[in-house]
Design a protein around this ligand. Structure first.
Ligand code: PLP
Length: 455
């Protein structure tokens, strides 16, 4: 390191990775396969064909370590990629820490998060196979807006079920999707049988991601020209996100650094996997030895308090059964502000890596996260989305521990989105109206009781 640390580490367009990295062939054991919800046999390509295009089904089960990024996708990536890697020098000063903190900033994409890294290839492959309409769900609105942006690039229709609580509290996210040409329904909606059934029981239903997935899948299955797109959890989604970690590796190499600690927020696991997997490859190859840590909300702690079991990805039980850390497919988390982290399950691949002991996990309550985010915004300038405030809070914990121990650790995280459309959450925090939620064990037990028991 020189005397004046470089604050922003660029990568030339010509240095952009042209392949995605598939971590599965490098793992000591493959993750358990998804199972058919009826037969409990491993699902085959034919089972998934009504939902996804063949190219993505192949990526889902691929054993190739590297997969070429199509030129047409690279062209769209270049709108905002390579994304910047920053060293948080001002935050370090504020914390008076000997640690060096780096963050990869994904808020520079048109939708303001890492999600377009996968929405663009997903739209591309569907379009290439003649699909004209995509259905999906969205929680905070980040994924819905990323898919709306991507489908607009390929002239496709996009229909989004947005969790009712966020549909009502985040009108600008909805407007963003509509600007890009998408149709948006609050979920539960009057458009599907499952939605109508839930609304009949409770007209003010707040909805959940699991319910919105059920509705989007039902709408897709009813239309042969439609496919369904998922913004997290699945292997091909995490695969597409590895551009984050591949770029970060190159950027850190430019300043001669290797991480000692890597922290990432986990909702379904995609920004975490995207950042972490290329570093995990280097770790498994013995080239570096970072501690890799998932950070989840205390109100929705699927890794730290959930069980590693086969469970459904949605509330109605329409998706294949996936072996993952889960709080139960019927679990409805408290309305914390990090809507993108309110999912009952965790990516099967991240769950598997956690079970293998290759990653650890902690949970943090939201007030500590927003407190950290204010310190971050007042020093680094960028206002984080509520989800990565968890990663920032964890990075700050680590940096403060270094202040105590005197260790000069290199900390790496992803600032996976900006919070410009989440200012209501910040307002609540500033006015001291934000509360932390406890998750009592009996609430978990209740939801877990409905999870199928497989032998
Ligand atoms: C969707 C989202 C998340 C949660 O999803 P992961 O798959 O866990 O990354 C986190 N942060 C932001 C900004 C998001 O949009």
């Amino acid at each position: 390191m020189g005397d004046t640390p470089q604050h922003k580490i660029h990568l030339d367009e010509s240095e952009m990775p042209t392949t995605w990295y598939n971590v599965i062939p490098d793992l000591p054991a493959p993750p358990p396969p998804p199972l058919h919800p009826g037969t409990h046999e491993p699902v085959g390509p034919d089972d998934l064909a009504p939902l996804f295009p063949m190219a993505l089904i192949e990526q889902e089960v691929s054993m190739d370590r590297y997969i070429d990024i199509p030129g047409e996708v690279l062209d769209v990536y270049r709108v905002w990629r390579p994304s910047p890697l920053f060293r948080a020098t001002r935050l370090e000063q504020e914390l008076d820490t000997p640690a060096r903190i780096y963050y990869k900033y994904e808020g520079v994409s048109p939708a303001g998060s890492h999600k377009p890294n996968t929405s663009v290839p997903q739209a591309y492959y569907n379009h290439a196979e003649g699909i004209t309409r995509l259905t999906t769900e969205t929680g905070a609105g980040q994924w819905g807006s990323a898919l709306a942006y991507a489908t607009a690039q390929y002239g496709m229709e996009c229909e989004v079920w947005q969790v009712a609580a966020s549909y009502r509290s985040k009108p600008y996210r909805r407007t963003m999707m509509e600007v890009w040409g998408a149709t948006v329904h609050p979920s539960p909606s009057e458009v599907t049988d499952f939605g109508r059934q839930l609304l009949a029981e409770n007209p003010d239903h707040h909805g959940s991601l699991g319910i919105a997935i059920s509705e989007a899948v039902a709408a897709c299955v009813a239309d042969p020209a439609a496919r369904y797109a998922l913004g997290s959890v699945l292997n091909h989604v995490l695969l597409h996100q590895t551009v984050i970690g591949e770029e970060a590796l190159l950027q850190l190499a430019k300043v001669g650094e290797t991480p000692d600690v890597l922290v990432g927020c986990t909702g379904g696991g995609s920004n975490f996997g995207g950042l972490a997997f290329p570093f995990l490859r280097e770790k498994m190859a013995g080239k570096m030895d970072p501690t890799i840590r998932c950070v989840e909300p205390a109100a929705c702690p699927s890794l730290t308090k959930g069980e590693y079991r086969y469970d459904f990805g949605d509330t109605a039980g329409m998706t294949p059964l996936m072996k993952m850390h889960t709080l139960g497919h019927g679990f409805i988390p408290e309305p914390i502000h990090a809507g993108g982290l309110r999912y009952h399950g965790m990516s099967p691949l991240v769950s598997h890596i956690y079970e293998l002991g290759l990653a650890e996990a902690i949970s943090i309550p939201q007030r500590e996260c927003f407190s950290g985010a204010l310190t971050f915004a007042r020093t680094e300038g960028i206002i984080p989305a509520p989800e990565p405030t968890h990663a920032i809070a964890a990075a700050i914990r680590e940096a403060l521990a270094c202040r105590e121990s005197g260790e000069e650790k290199v900390i790496l995280t992803a600032l996976c989105g900006h919070g410009h459309l989440d200012l209501a959450a910040y307002e609540g925090y500033l006015q001291d109206e934000m509360v932390d939620y406890d998750l009592p064990q009996d609430q978990i037990d209740e939801a877990m009781a409905a999870v199928p028991v497989l032998n």
